[in-house]
Design a protein around this ligand. Structure first.
Ligand code: FES
Length: 127
């Protein structure tokens, strides 16, 4: 019988290690848009940040298995810090303003594994 990820999360012995991960790093961008007038990441440039990140990751030759994956996400429930993106497996949360911020996240963190301290969101900032 084969153990599944669900078994592992329920207390089984299968522990995913970063070295075994299909991607070395995953960055998720909140692209949630609220049409009811409430604030959301899309109102703060999230789509442009996502598009820039996809472009730069591809241009740097970082995209693909064993490397980096850039993904869309719904609300990550940290709206007060928006726009937000999170990098796994390190679980590092960023905010960003412009292309320079995205380029620094790509070059420093996604390429070289060095956290961009100036773009971190406060640990307690949630929705
Ligand atoms: S709308 Fe982006 S984190 Fe909630």
């Amino acid at each position: 019988m084969t153990e599944t990820n669900c078994d592992a999360q329920a207390g089984g012995s299968l522990a995913a290690q970063p070295a075994d991960s299909y991607y070395e790093r995953h960055i998720f961008f909140c692209l949630n848009e609220r049409k009811n007038g409430e604030d959301c990441c899309v109102h703060h440039g999230a789509q442009a940040g996502f598009d820039r990140c996809k472009l730069q990751v591809k241009a740097a030759g970082l995209a693909g298995p064993g490397q980096v994956r850039v993904n869309k996400a719904g609300c990550l429930d940290r709206c007060a810090a928006g726009p937000v993106a999170v990098v796994y497996p390190e679980a590092v949360w960023y905010t960003f303003v412009d292309n320079d911020d995205i380029d620094e996240i790509v070059e420093s963190h996604l390429k070289n594994g060095k956290v961009v301290e100036r773009l971190l969101i406060p640990a307690t900032l949630g929705r």
